[in-house]
Ligand binder design. Structure first.
Ligand code: MN
Length: 229
């Protein structure tokens, strides 16, 4: 292979619990409005909408314990606590029944959102990519291999800000569960090993400020902690 014309960057990756090996991140997909109560707080009827998706850059990951600089171009930054699924394999049109077989493991992530920028984009019928996909927009824990956790279908998901409960829900309340999400998404794009899927957030989403300490929790996984600076 020819040399690169400019210096190649490191591929984004995440630690894997219980090993020195790292999980290489290829793409980050996110499910929108996947808990009914959050869909309602955003002004939508959860019963009528098929799942929809957006993406973040792979290099928007922030490792657990890290500081997140308050992003530019917003005065209304929202954290959304989400369980994240990491894929060991993929494909097109993956059947619901075999979708869990693609999963390498699970982690806890934050879908950081420049909500004011997103609102303007929605109002003007413009794409809202940059309200979701920006530098440091995806803080993430290490990946727990499924061999350790089993497949995760229920359990508490929560977010505290400075020790106060902000979001609390149950993974079982997802509108589209993980196998259904993989099935639907793989009808739109070819999923591949290294892809992450953020699976949506429960209600209680609200703004955070510089200095806030965020702790995200999903039963059975390492907590995610970041500080906004
Ligand atoms: Mn989200």
């Amino acid at each position: 292979m020819s040399a690169y014309a400019i210096q190649m960057w490191d591929n984004p990756s995440l630690p894997v619990i219980g090993t020195e090996s790292r999980f290489p991140v290829r793409r980050i997909y996110c499910v929108g409005r996947n808990y009914a109560a959050h869909a309602r707080e955003m002004g939508h009827d959860p019963d009528r909408e098929p799942p929809f998706f957006f993406a973040k850059p792979a290099d928007s990951i922030v490792p657990n314990g890290g500081d997140v600089p308050y992003p530019v171009a917003t005065k209304n930054l929202h954290p959304e606590i989400e369980m994240v699924v990491a894929l060991a394999s993929g494909g097109w049109n993956i059947p619901v029944e075999s979708a869990n077989g693609c999963i390498f493991g699970y982690g806890v992530g934050l879908d950081l959102t420049r909500r004011d920028m997103q609102g303007v984009a929605k109002d003007m019928g413009r794409p809202w990519d940059l309200s979701k996909g920006f530098d440091n927009a995806a803080p993430m824990t290490a990946i727990h291999p499924v061999s350790e956790t089993g497949h995760i279908e229920s359990g508490t998901i929560s977010l505290t800000v400075n020790g106060e409960m902000r979001q609390k829900g149950d993974l079982a309340d997802m509108i589209w569960n993980v196998p259904e999400t993989i099935n639907y998404l793989s009808g739109l794009i070819e999923l591949k090993a290294g892809d992450l899927i953020f699976t949506g957030t429960p209600d209680g989403v609200a703004a955070i400020e510089r200095g806030d300490v965020l702790q995200g929790h999903v039963d059975g996984l390492d907590d995610l902690q970041i500080k906004l600076i």
